[in-house]
Structure formats: C-alpha cells, structure tokens
Design a protein around this ligand. Sequence first.
Ligand code: C2O
Ligand code: CU
Length: 567
Amino acid sequence: MSLRKSMVNRGLLILTCFFSFVIQLCLASKTRHFKWEVEYMYWSPDCMEGVVMGINGQFPGPTIRAVAGDTIVVELTNRLHTEGVVIHWHGIRQFGTPWADGTASISQCAINPGETFIYRYKVDKAGTYFYHGHYGMQRSAGLYGSLVVEVGEGQKEPFHYDGEFNLLLSDWWHKGSQEQEVALSSKPFRWIGEPQTLLINGRGQYNCSLAAHVTNSSSPQCQFRGNEQCSPQILHVQPHKTYRLRVSSTTALASLNLQIGNHKMVMVEADGNYIQPVAVDDLDIYSGESYSVLIHTDQDPSKNYWISVSVRGREPKTPQGLTILNYQTTSASKLPTSTPPVSPLWNDYNHSKSFSNKILALMGSPKPPTTYNRRIILLNTQNTINGFTKWAINNISLTLPPTPYLGAIKHRLSNAFDQKSPPENFPNDYDVMKPPTNTNSTYGNGVYMLEFRTTVDVILQNANALATGVSEIHPWHLHGHDFWVLGYGEGKFREKDAKRFNLKNPPLRNTAVIFPFGWTALRFVADNPGVWAFHCHIEPHSHMGMGVVFAEGVHLVKDVPNHALVV
Ligand code: C2O
Ligand code: CU
C-alpha cells in the first residue's frame, strides 16, 4: 500500500470514528416531547358510532416509540369538561419519578378540566408496554395507547426478526363508561355484561363477521369498507421472514386468547422481560399483560391467514375479533379460505394453567432473592357493604382517598388516609371453596408500608365469590416494580407449598393471574421509593375495591416537581 493511500485510509478511519461518535451522541438518550389533549369525541370503534375518550383526535391514543434510556415528556392537557384525568404508563417502573406514575389519589391529583400536567420519566428497559387512564373507569372509555421501547444503541435483542407489528387488544361496550360506573355502584348491583366487541388496535366489527362468507354464518357482510375507523388493520408480510408481534391487552374485562391460522408463535418477551423462547399454537393474554411473539412466514404464500382473538375465562357472549395476515404475494382483499381458528374452551383452565407455567425467565435474567423478609397473604373475595356488591382484600374494599398518598406520606399528613396497616392474612378457618359465610366487609384505604430494600412475598389467594361454585380469574398488576412469579397452586395456600416455589428461573413480570379457587405466589424487592398501586387489572373489579397500596422509601423521594404537588 502506498503511503498516500494509507494516509487517506487513516483519515477515512478517523472520519468514520468521528461520525459514528456523533451519531452515538445523537442516539444516546433522547428526550421525546409530546403534547397531548384528552377529549371525548364521536368514534366508531366497531362500526357503531359512540363516544370515546381520545387523544389529539385519535383513538387509540398515539403510539409512543422510544429507545431504552430515553426520557419521555408528555404535556397532558385535560379537554374533558366534566371530569379530571390521569394517564398511567403501564410497565414503566418510574425509578426516581414516582409522581409521574399517573395514578389518581396515589401519585397525583386528577388533572382538572382545562389544566395541563407534565409527565416526565425515563424508559429504562426495552419492551412492549402501553398506557391508559387511571381514574374512575377511563380505560373502559377508551383512554389508552401503546408504548414501545426499543433496545438502546449497541444493545441487541436475544432474537432476530425482519419486521414487527403491534397489536393492542381491548374490549368495547356500547353502554358508555359513565353508565357502566353507575351500574356497578348501584344497589341492587347491576352487572355491565360482556363486551359487545373485541378490538384490535381499536378496531372491531360489531354484528358482522369478517369471516361471514367463509363460515356461511347468517351474520351480515361487514359494512366497514369505507369506514376507516373500524376497518381491520391488516398485517402485510413477505414470505420466509420472521416477524415480531407485540401483543398487549388493555381490556377492561375480557381475558383473551390469540391465534394465527397455520402459524406457530414463539414467545420471547413478557411484560418487558425476556423469557425462554417457547412455541405455542395459541396465546392466553390477560388484561395488563404484554408479550412479544415471533412468527415465521413459512406457509403457502398464495393464501392469507386469520388472526383471531377470543374470550377466555368467562362464558363468551362476544364474537371473535379478527384481522388478516396478508402474504404480499397475494391480494390483501382475498379472505382466508379456512374458517378462523377455534380457541380452547373458555373454561379449559388446565390449558390456561399449562400455558402460564410455560413462561420462564431467559437464562441470565436476574434471579430472585432466595428468602423473603415479609409475607403478605391477600384473600380475594366478593363481599357486600350496606347492600352494595364489592370486591375485598382480606375483607377490606379499597376506596381511594381525596389526598394523594405520595404527597400525604411525604409530608406526614396523618389524617389523609387510614393510619392502621391493613391485615397481612385472613382467618385460618376461612373456606376458600365456599361463598363467604359473613359477607360483610368494610371500606378502607390503609397502606402496606414496606421497609425499603426488603424482599416481599405476596400470596394472592383466590376464593369463591358470592354465588356458589363461582370463582373468577383476576390478573393482578403491580406498579413501580416487576415481580418474580414463584408459582401457581390449587386451593388454599399452605406453608408446604413454598417448598415448590420456582427460585431457579421464575419469570419477571408486572402482571400475574390468579386462577379460580387457586393461589399465585409473587416476590419483589421494595427498592423503588414511592407509593404503588397493586390491583386487579379488570377495571370493574378494581373500581369495586379490588386493590391495595404499597409504599416504600417515601422519605427518599426528592425534588418532587411543583406541578406534581399542586393540589
Ligand atoms: Cu394498567 Cu394500575 O394499571
Ligand atoms: Cu378481578
């Protein structure tokens, strides 16, 4: 090589280094600003017009895409005229910013009509997340959207894919959320019933099946053509490629099962944590959960395939939600020739349990501490209070106080909420297989004060509801943390069950389900200063009191921005 050439080469090298340094600088932790306005608007999520809570005129709200390490800033203005609003960033742990968690009465006051609140927080971990309203039943009203965090510069996912899609699943009622709220709070109690439609990315088709002419059913042909708001979002793929599907569920009620005709799915991520890859034919997803699955487009490329979403765990009165996987080698308007996949029976709990038990942490994931400092057992029952139907935890039905806990605890306001710690257990002789003998419970808003940095075990104990032989599914979601799911079991939890806990590769998650008449054991480290909700993610249930509040290290919470304190 001539001297001149090598000097040019070296110069090029230096230049390249310089540019890649500059690019890295640009990529390194961006701040992403958003200005959002929340308002009610007319919309046709399932081709029937109704009122939804939208953001900037969109339903679902805008998708946030960011890179791990980024700071998100959302300036949220409440344009609702009659009620407050907050937005919770589901799955984001809010390390150092507990006031940005977006929980009314817990991390902040609801934002008044006309006012603006600034959410500013870091997204520290890649994964599939979403956001939603966390005041009253605003999630049922349609206040939600996706939040996708990609791996940071120089980081790699432990799997490969050529393209990705995002599927945000939800359920939709024709009865407005206010009326639903009144129904649930009425005496005698009125149940809201099953949703009319399942939505995929906010789109569904009421009273008309996409599959009508394939299944020869009597349902009318769909009228969605020309109605952009309810026409299904088709997934366009190339043959022989690998795609990542980010699936999350923000349903108010329904537990779901997702299937793709002819295609296996390999699960690789759950709630923003990597899991051991496992191939499944169908995917159970409960409200509050998210998954990434990989699919390989190795089927006949002259055909299209159904993607179907069906109800699990409650006798389904809601038709499947459908969209299409379109091989771009064929026309997207060609319907699949086969009928949509049939989901497992709604009450095939063995199927659901074996599915949940397949989810294990990817090798190299953080392991749980081998022992715990405190164990809290939470009995989930349905009760009555003065004739009102409620859900109660260890016989206390949560009613949130007007003053948010975070400020109240930080400033030692002793009259803002019950100072007595809620019970850590329930009576030994309680029969979880039978309806409660004494249905009376009480309202409460006490806090489990956790010693900072200690390890907490929570045993969620399911039981019989008010009606004989009935026990429901409850997906519990923890704010501010991921927990390890140590195990699931049947009947009443016994000390000896702890010997079977999975301490080797339990998955880290932020949501875990309890099965009917069973228990679920969780472990987490109370290492995030703040006040954190832990509740059933079924919105009517949490609205009826199914939740508790944890607090830890609140004295360490510093520099609360003024806008987060103004009451
Ligand atoms: Cu996604 Cu407290 O909830
Ligand atoms: Cu529940």
